[in-house]
Design a protein around this ligand. Structure first.
Ligand SMILES: [Zn+2]
Length: 338
């Protein structure tokens, strides 16, 4: 039996992360807290104390499936943070903090997703992405961490907003945008709605990743790959229910971005051991492990890799393979991993 890779080995391993959302990182709340402390006790502007504990909102007895995710994310992100907090300086700061934390974990390359409607609406895409680009440049020169940005399209906001986001993403490629991510309610919004915007992104040379096979079954993954041209699938765990699909994913080199703790918290699998990781690996599918919403979930990339290593008895070579899969599937060139 293989000895599972140790947490220390994983911490020291140079890593790549492909699935990480900026706006659920809670860092805007942290900034707001700092601002309130600095401005003293008489400041009565809306602040983080108004935000209910996200765990209570996500109570599984009250919400299930995607509704649960929506509740959790709404309250954890900037739901009640005042509009004034959306400044280019603050966006630059939260992006920089995210990249600093990644660098501390020896992440060499990370793709950060951004799709928060308020940020884009209040600042405009160019100022929002421009602020993130400044953080990207600072992190690269100071800490040696490379990064790319994915603009997230949320299904329930409809195809028009999707197209607008894609056009903005294409226009902001100089800011470090390397791809687009389709997210949101995969059960109630058919992929055909988004074929045109994602086609535009593909033609412009942006990478395509689609959240699928998370709340819906294998059919959602089939359409993401064959109708939307996804090169990567966010989560995709339900693909394991369909052996023909696994063969196609392997043949086409489609990569799955697994986020184990996220799936566990949302009740998509009963335990870490119930994740179909072994089945996916045995089928030869390109699998990666990611943290999704690390602050919200109380995790990070090293802990995610360690959790799957211990649960599935993955040795150092297999864990390293998960990381090299991520490097190969990145939408921009990744610096050589030693
Ligand atoms: Zn996600």
């Amino acid at each position: 039996m293989t000895l599972a890779a140790s947490l220390q080995f994983i911490r020291e391993l140079p890593k790549v992360e492909l699935h990480l959302h900026l706006e659920t990182s809670l860092r805007l709340r942290r900034l707001a807290e700092r601002g309130r402390r600095a401005s003293g006790p008489h400041d009565d502007s809306p602040g983080p104390s108004d935000v209910t504990e996200p765990q209570r909102i996500a109570d599984p007895a009250r919400f299930t499936g995607y509704d649960r995710l929506r509740r959790l994310r709404y309250l954890s992100r900037a739901g009640r943070i005042a509009d004034e907090w959306y400044t280019p300086e603050n966006i630059e700061q939260i992006t920089l903090e995210l990249l600093e934390e990644a660098a501390l974990q020896r992440v060499r390359y990370v793709e950060v997703r951004v799709g928060g409607r308020r940020g884009f609406a209040l600042l405009g895409a160019d100022r929002m992405l421009g602020a993130m680009a400044r953080a990207r440049a600072r992190a690269e020169s100071r800490l040696g961490i490379s990064s790319g940005f994915l603009v997230t399209i949320v299904r329930e906001r409809g195809p028009e907003e999707a197209e607008q986001r894609v056009r903005e993403a294409i226009a902001c490629r100089d800011c470090g945008v390397v791809g687009v991510d389709l997210a949101g309610d995969e059960q109630n919004y058919p992929p055909a709605l988004f074929a045109r915007p994602l086609g535009l992104a593909r033609e412009a040379g942006l990478g395509i990743t689609v959240h699928a096979g998370e709340f819906a079954g294998p059919a959602s993954v089939w359409t993401a790959v064959y109708h939307l041209g996804a090169q990567r699938i966010g989560h995709g765990i339900r693909a394991a229910d369909d052996s023909e699909l696994l063969t196609r994913l392997r043949e086409r080199g489609v990569t799955l971005e697994l986020c184990p703790t996220s799936n566990l918290h949302l009740g998509l699998c009963a335990s870490m051991g119930a994740l179909p990781l072994r089945r996916l690996l045995d089928a030869g599918v390109s699998v990666t492990v990611n943290s999704d919403d690390p602050m919200l979930l109380g995790t990070d990339l090293s802990r995610e890799l360690h959790a799957v290593a211990t649960t599935f008895s993955l040795g150092a070579a297999e864990v390293t393979r998960l990381v090299t899969n991520a490097a190969r599937a990145a939408f921009a060139p990744v610096p050589a991993l030693p």
